[in-house]
Design a protein around this ligand. Structure first.
Ligand code: FAD
Length: 263
């Protein structure tokens, strides 16, 4: 049961409230995830970030992007400054009603394996600026639990946005949350792949990078079969109500190959 509800006006105030109330306090942005779990988990304090979360989307002179944690999925879809990679990832969330409220900060903060923005943020090597510090940490480290600080903004380097990009997601119906999400970035020179990054959601507890596969593809011109086999050898999803282990393995391998544009 929620016993305390705060609406701080500054990041410092929000961070200090979190320090005071500890693990039973949760930052609240759109609430689309938290309100689902409110009866299952033992939160006592909500720290509502409505006066703190930035919805600013900035393109810096270097070509890098800064995206406030309070930017919604719909902002990503509609704002002309948002790169196509993030627009595409945001559109995997089909419901406009949820897109209007759900934030990028909340997608990273919940860190769920089916978070639709996460595979794309991982292959773009996006970083988060944490309210408590001047240091940047990668979205990958954040979702793998190496930090649970207040997400202030997300930063993506211009050079990562210039790479070739592809992504795919599979859901039961367009209104459902993804079962498998895949994203890749790469450079292509002389018909060969370079600087490959691959991220998959739905095949592990968190969204993961497939670094061994990335290394194996460096300097290669792989066939679809080679990509599919490499992916299958390097993932071990759990079967559950959303799909058997075999189904998820098959879908993940196909979606990665398709993300490279190889059908
Ligand atoms: C009907 C429905 C459909 C959905 N469909 C999809 C879908 O298609 N794809 C998808 O990816 N998700 C989906 N979701 C899940 C959810 O909408 C997303 O994960 C969303 O991005 C959460 O954002 P939020 O702002 O609502 O987060 P909240 O619910 O406010 O918070 C989620 C988590 O992030 C933490 N958090 C929030 N903001 C911050 C911050 N600034 N700093 C640190 N931690 C923070 C919170 O403490 C909490 O742990 C769906 C949810 C619902 C209810």
């Amino acid at each position: 049961m929620i016993k305390n509800y705060f609406t701080p006006n500054t990041i410092e105030e929000a961070v200090s409230l979190k320090e005071t109330y500890g693990d039973r306090a949760k930052y609240l942005s759109g609430g689309t995830e938290l309100n689902l779990r409110i009866n299952k988990e033992k939160y006592e304090t909500f720290i509502d970030l409505r006066n703190v979360n930035s919805r600013e989307i900035k393109v810096l002179e270097s070509g890098s992007m800064e995206i406030g944690a309070g930017v919604t999925f719909q902002d990503l879809v509609s704002n002309e400054n948002v790169p196509y990679q993030l627009k595409r990832a945001a559109q995997y969330m089909d419901s406009r009603n949820v897109r209007n409220i759900a934030t990028i900060g909340g997608n990273i903060g919940s860190g769920r394996t089916m978070g639709d923005l996460l595979p794309t943020l991982l292959v773009l090597e996006a970083k988060v600026k944490i309210g408590e510090s001047e240091k940047l940490i990668t979205v990958e480290d954040y979702i793998h639990g190496r930090c649970d600080g207040l997400i202030e903004k997300i930063i993506i380097n211009g050079s990562d946005l210039e790479k070739s990009y592809g992504s795919r997601a599979h859901m039961r119906t367009s209104n459902d949350i993804s079962i498998i999400g895949a994203a890749v970035t790469f450079e292509e020179r002389d018909g060969k792949l370079h600087r490959v990054k691959i991220a998959l959601g739905g095949v592990d507890k968190k969204v993961i990078r497939l670094r061994e596969v990335e290394g194996s593809l460096e300097g290669k011109t792989p066939t679809k079969e080679e990509i599919v086999n490499l992916i299958k050898e390097n993932i071990n999803p759990l079967g559950d109500v959303r799909g058997s282990k075999e189904f998820k393995t098959h879908m993940a391998a196909e979606l990665v190959a398709e993300s490279f544009g190889i059908n």
